[in-house]
Ligand binder design. Structure first.
Ligand code: ADP
Ligand code: MG
Length: 481
C-alpha cells in the first residue's frame, strides 16, 4: 500500500527568511531549556549542543494518541504480570538463551536471586510503549516495542510542547497551541522514583542512577535529578557506572546496598541494557550485587527480561494475552495494537516464518534480543541473514516482525552543525507513552500513564534513534480526522 500523508499543522513550506529567523529563535530556545546533548565528536563537559528536533509539531491523529494513553496502565499491568510469571519467562526465553549470551547472563542473575530468596519484592517500572501508525484507511497505531529499561527522552520531551508553542506563536499561529497535549512525563517518572524511595522507608537512604562511562544524553538524565531534588530536598542522588558500583558498594548483613556508608533505596538504570555496557565480569558482578540487595530496582531483573523482543513476540501468539488478561474487550484492544510477530524457533511455525520472510523480505524486520537501536535488520539484510542462519541455532535469538509503514508528514529537521535552513523533508513519527508501575508479585501499589514523547525520522531511514543521530525530538499536534 502506498504511504498516506498527514496534513502539517500549518501550511508549508515557510518563506526562506522567516524560516531562517524562526530556526535561530528555536535553537536558542532549545539551548536555554536543555533540549540538548553532549557533542560526540568534540566531547566536553563544559557545553551542550542542541539535540536534533523538528521545527514544528508533527501531526498525529487524536483518537490514536488517546488510545495509546488509555492503554498504558493496561500494558504496565500486563508486563508486571509477565515479569512475575516464572514459568512463562522460562518457557519463552529458553531457546534464545542457548544462543544469546547477553540475555543468558541476565537470566542467570534472575535464577541466582530466586534460588537465594528474593530480598526486595518491590519492582519499580518506568516503562515506555512505542508505536508507529500503520497506513490503512484509518491509520491505526501498532506497537513497535515495549521498553522496560532506561526508557529515555521523558525529560527533554516534557519541555518540547513549550518550545513548539513558542514557535507557533512566532509564526502567528498561537491559536493552534490548544491542539498540543501537555506532557507531564518528567514529573510523572520522578514521582515514581520518589514513591519507590518512600516505600523503602529509610530516612538516610540515597538513590543511585546507573550511568554510562560517558553520558551524551546528559540533559535527559540530569533533569530527573533536578526534579527530584526540587520536590524532595532530602533525597541525595549519586551517578555511578556499573564499574563504580562494583568498586564502591557493599551489601551489609541486612542485605542493604551501601554506598559511602548510606543505604541505597532505589537503583535507576540508565545504562546496563546492552552488551557493550558490561565490558568485563565486574559489571555483571555489580549487577548481581544490586539485584541481591534490598534496593528497589528500576528495572528489576525480571522486568528487564519481560522487556525482551522474544516476550513481545510470544504475547502476540494465540491465547497468550488471554492467559494474562482474560478474554474481554480490553484484551481485544491490546491485540489490536500488535502487528504480525513470528517466532523463528525450530518448529513448524518457525519454518513457515522463515519461508514467508524469504519470499518477501521487504515486508519484515528481523530483531535480535537487543535494546538501544541499530541492531535490527531490514529488507535485503533480512533475506541475507535468514539464508545464513536458516540451519543454525542462532536464528532462535531473533524474532520476525511485520514492517509497519507509517503515514508521511512534512517537516524541517533542525540538527546541530547542519546548514540552515534545512530542506522540507518527508518524515515519519514514532510515539512513545510513558508509564509508571510499582508493585510486588501479589500487589500493585501504583500504576499510571504519565506522559509521552514523539520522535521523528526521515521517511526513508530504517531507524530513528535520537542519541544515535538519526531521529529528532518532536511533539504531537493532535488531528481530529
Ligand atoms: P530497540 O530496542 O533497538 O529500540 P526497536 O524495536 O524499538 O528496537 O526498533 C528500533 C527502531 O526500528 C524503531 O524505533 C523503529 O524506528 C524501527 N522499527 C522497529 N520495528 C519496526 C517495524 N516493525 N516496522 C517499522 N519500523 C520498525
Ligand atoms: Mg526502540
Amino acid at each position: 500500500m502506498s504511504q498516506a500523508r498527514l496534513p502539517p499543522c500549518i501550511p508549508l513550506p515557510l518563506e526562506h527568511k522567516l524560516l531562517v529567523t524562526v530556526i535561530e529563535k528555536a535553537k536558542d530556545w532549545a539551548l536555554m531549556h536543555g533540549v540538548g546533548m553532549r557533542d560526540k565528536k568534540h566531547f566536553t563537559k563544559d557545553s551542550i549542543q542542541i539535540a536534533p528536533f523538528v521545527l514544528l509539531p508533527s501531526p498525529f491523529p487524536s483518537t490514536e494518541f488517546n488510545k495509546a494513553v488509555e492503554l498504558q496502565p493496561v500494558l504496565n499491568e500486563l508486563m508486571h504480570k509477565v515479569a512475575h510469571d516464572v514459568e512463562f519467562l522460562e518457557h519463552t526465553l529458553q531457546n534464545a538463551l542457548q544462543v544469546d549470551e547477553f540475555t543468558a547472563n541476565l537470566y542467570d542473575i534472575w535464577i541466582k536471586v530466586r534460588e537465594e530468596g528474593i530480598t526486595q519484592s518491590i519492582s519499580l517500572g518506568l516503562f515506555r510503549s512505542d508505536y508507529l501508525m500503520q497506513c490503512t484507511e484509518a491509520n491505526t497505531i501498532k506497537q513497535v516495542e515495549f521498553n522496560t529499561i532506561a526508557s529515555s527522552f521523558g525529560a527533554i520531551t516534557s519541555n518540547l510542547p513549550a518550545m513548539s508553542r513558542y514557535i507557533l506563536r512566532q509564526l502567528g499561529h498561537g491559536d493552534l497551541i490548544k491542539k498540543m497535549p501537555e506532557n507531564g512525563a518528567l514529573s510523572g517518572l520522578c514521582s515514581g522514583i520518589i514513591e519507590a524511595y518512600d516505600l523503602f522507608g529509610v530516612a538516610s537512604a540515597i538513590i543511585i542512577f546507573v550511568v554510562e562511562e560517558v553520558s551524551y544524553n546528559i540533559c535527559d538524565q540530569r533533569f530527573h535529578e533536578f526534579e527530584i531534588s526540587e520536590k524532595r530536598p532530602d533525597i541525595m542522588i549519586h551517578r555511578k557506572t556499573l564499574n563504580e558500583l562494583y568498586e564502591e558498594t557493599t551489601v551489609n548483613d541486612k542485605k542493604q546496598l551501601i554506598l559511602e556508608g548510606r543505604p541505597v533505596a532505589v537503583v535507576y538504570y540508565r545504562s546496563g541494557y546492552e552488551p557493550s555496557q558490561y565490558p568485563s565480569s565486574r559489571e555483571w558482578d555489580a549487577r548481581l550485587r544490586v539485584e541481591r540487595s534490598s534496593a528497589i530496582k528500576c528495572p528489576s531483573i525480571q522486568y528487564q527480561l519481560a522487556g525482551t523482543k522474544k516476550v513481545q513476540q510470544t504475547l502476540a501468539s494465540p491465547g497468550v494475552l488471554e492467559k494474562f488478561m482474560g478474554g474481554g474487550a480490553t484484551t481485544a484492544s491490546v491485540r489490536d495494537i500488535f502487528t504480525g510477530l513470528y517466532s523463528l524457533d525450530f518448529d513448524e511455525s518457525g519454518e513457515r516464518a522463515v519461508d514467508m520472510a524469504l519470499a518477501d523480505a521487504e515486508r519484515f524486520v528481523l530483531k535480535p534480543q537487543r535494546e538501544g537501536g541499530g541492531n535490527n535488520l531490514y529488507g535485503a539484510e533480512v533475506r541475507e541473514a535468514l539464508l545464513r542462519m536458516r540451519h543454525s541455532r542462532e536464528r532462535a535469538a531473533y524474532i520476525l516482525m511485520e514492517r509497519i509503514l507509517p503515514p508521511l508528514v512534512s517537516g524541517y529537521v533542525v540538527r546541530p552543525g547542519a546548514p540552515v535552513p534545512p530542506p522540507l523533508t518527508d518524515l515519519v513519527s514514532e510515539l512513545g507513552i510513558f508509564g509508571v508501575i510499582i508493585g510486588t508479585k501479589e500487589k500493585i501499589f501504583s500504576n499510571r500513564q504519565v506522559g509521552h514523547m514523539l520522535r521523528t525520522k526521515l521517511a526513508d531511514a530504517n531507524e530513528g534513534g535520537v542519541a544515535a543521530g538519526l531521529g529528532a525530538l518532536d511533539s504531537p499536534f493532535l488531528l481530529d480526522l
